[in-house]
Design a protein. Structure first.
Length: 201
């Protein structure tokens, strides 16, 4: 077993843990969360199950949508479904709600930054996309719709359902939508593990 493979596994696990933990931070900040986490909050409120479990179940439901799209999950995809929810619960257990608006802003900013780093870590490990990313690319491949249109349609639909269920929508939701793309664009190349090719004789 090569050290590069071990690094990929370690980077994947670290990325998924920090991803979930950062979600817990942003939930505690109380300024609004990403569309998928709004759906997780709403599902939790309406069913009484824990937020982390709701996140897991939503990830599993999205993964099942890969079947008609003929998408193939990798080990990172399965671990994403299993680990992000419990990691979010750890974040909710460890991080307390800030007392003032500046505390909320700092906590949200820290969570958003950590999520961008975590995304770069787990995607850079190249062991399979998350279920939500795979849904986007699967719809694009199957129907030929532009990526931006698919991503926007999914995010708006998820946000609307989550808001209707009682999830928190606020300035943090807008900040997430505007900032996460540019931030991940920075972290992904930094943590990318290149494919090693055999050298020519």
């Amino acid at each position: 077993m090569s050290w590069i493979f071990l690094r990929r596994v370690a980077q994947l696990l670290a990325g998924l843990f920090f991803y979930g933990f950062s979600i817990g931070m942003m939930v505690r900040a109380g300024l609004g969360v990403s569309p998928w986490d709004v759906l997780g909050q709403g599902t939790s409120l309406q069913t009484g199950i824990a937020f982390g479990l709701a996140t897991n179940l939503i990830g599993l439901a999205v993964l099942l949508l890969w079947i008609p799209l003929r998408q193939k999950p990798g080990p990172g995809t399965v671990l994403n479904v299993l680990l992000v929810g419990p990691s979010a619960e750890v974040g909710l257990a460890v991080v307390s709600e800030p007392s003032g608006i500046w505390g909320q802003i700092l906590l949200f900013a820290g969570g958003l930054t950590l999520l961008a780093v975590a995304t770069g870590l787990y995607i850079g490990a190249r062991m399979g996309p998350g279920p939500r990313d795979g849904l986007m690319t699967g719809l694009h491949a199957r129907f030929g719709w532009p990526i931006w249109a698919v991503r926007t349609g999914i995010e708006v639909s998820v946000l609307a359902v989550g808001w209707a269920l009682g999830g928190t929508v606020g300035l943090g939701t807008v900040a997430f939508a505007l900032l996460i793309g540019p931030m991940v664009n920075r972290t992904m190349p930094f943590f990318h593990i290149p494919v090693r090719t055999a050298s020519a004789p």
